[in-house]
Ligand binder design. Structure first.
Ligand code: PLP
Length: 368
């Protein structure tokens, strides 16, 4: 970890986003935050205490993430979105012992979970994942009834929920999503006590009829809209600011250039600041010569290529930019040019990838 790179995570922004989402869902609908990949790069260490009291469970990708939540002391509902069949037997057993709800999407996954339940002599809880059109993980709709039956025949595996995932809920045209919803409805068993869930952030915002019993809230929890189409739908507050300090400032005469490939030429005598972050820290290299950082509220353009661990910014017009000055690499202001969505657009990607990549080398601190 690089102590000089700081992600300041705002507890009040996360609380605001949760309150906003709660106001959009019916009171009986459970709110399950998706906290895979270390809370989309925002840091579980800082966010866990904020979230634990406000939510009705957690969804994670891997068995290790699920068990780590139990080690933090979380006793509530945890849904593991991926299957454990390539994990060590001890991990598979521990998932059952620790009552982690596992996803079943095939007979192989079911057999793995059943074997663990037999070994530890305790029942396993599972949710069935159905592929209603995403074409990714999930049992095809046509085979869902058989798999449900197969689970219900097993004494040591309890089917407690059923879910699906939308491929295009973030688009304005909901035709495909509504078709997925219809497919999903067609295989939800009548009666019984299953927890039914389908909504990701986009469907939380834009498709109330898909809220069912629980929502799986990812990107919107952290304060970013799931897509350009849904930007103005909700007053979300981005919860992360990423900052560092200038480690050097130098004068470069007109005509000088910066960085690998010397791709930027200074067209006037310039002051150039060096910022200690690079693509090795998750700051995308294709932000080279495109993005800005902010120093004292003023924009400093990234000049030349982003290196692995550093980059250069033009601070000619920012006299306050001295060694040690705070550099706001990512702003939590939803109107700033260095907000996550804008960097995602410039880098040709989505906010999810920007925040996930930045999470690894950085020190996370909780503010307000
Ligand atoms: C990641 C994930 C989500 C969260 O999606 P967002 O768009 O971030 O809200 C929900 N469900 C599943 C199955 C996921 O993998």
């Amino acid at each position: 970890m690089k102590n000089y790179l700081t992600a300041s995570i705002s507890a009040s922004a996360v609380r605001h986003n949760i309150a906003l989402v709660r106001s959009r869902i019916a009171p009986h609908v459970k709110l399950c935050p998706v906290v895979k990949d270390d809370c989309y790069g925002h840091g579980m260490d800082v966010l866990y205490p904020v979230l634990a009291g406000l939510v009705d469970g957690f969804a994670v990708a891997s068995p290790h993430e699920a068990l780590a939540l139990r080690r933090r002391g979380y006793k509530g509902f945890i849904l593991c979105l991926l299957s454990a069949y390539f994990d060590e037997l001890e991990v598979q057993d521990e998932l059952v012992r620790q009552t982690i709800t596992q996803t079943v999407m095939s007979t192989t996954a079911l057999a793995t979970i059943r074997a663990a339940a037999e070994r530890v002599e305790a029942p396993a809880q599972v949710h069935l994942k159905v592929d209603t059109g995403m074409g990714r993980l999930g049992v095809p709709v046509g085979q869902a009834a058989n798999l449900i039956e197969a689970i219900q025949e097993l004494a040591d595996v309890e089917l407690t929920g059923i879910y699906t995932h939308f491929a295009t809920a973030d688009e304005t045209d909901k035709t495909t999503t509504l078709h997925q919803l219809e497919q999903f409805r067609s295989i939800i068993p009548n009666g019984g006590n299953l927890m039914v869930h389908a909504a990701n952030s986009a469907a939380v915002i834009d498709l109330p009829e898909a809220h069912f019993d629980m929502i799986r809230l990812g990107i919107a929890l952290y304060g970013y809209p799931p897509s350009k189409e849904l930007i103005h739908e909700m007053d979300l507050k981005p919860c992360m600011e990423v900052s560092a300090q200038l480690i050097a400032v130098k004068h470069l005469p007109k005509g000088s250039r910066s960085g690998y490939g010397l791709t930027h030429e200074y067209t006037r005598d310039s002051r150039v600041g060096i910022v200690p972050i690079g693509y090795g820290d998750g700051y995308f290299r294709n932000l080279s010569n495109q993005a800005v950082v902010r120093i004292n509220g003023k924009n400093a353009p990234v000049c030349g290529r982003v290196s692995m661990d550093q980059m250069t910014v033009d601070v000619t017009d920012i006299p306050e930019a001295k060694v040690g000055a705070k550099v706001e690499i990512i702003s939590s202001d939803p109107a700033a040019p260095n907000r996550v969505e804008n960097l995602a657009r410039l880098a040709g990607t989505i906010p999810y990838e920007i925040t996930c990549h930045l999470g690894h080398n950085i020190r996370h601190v909780l503010v307000d």
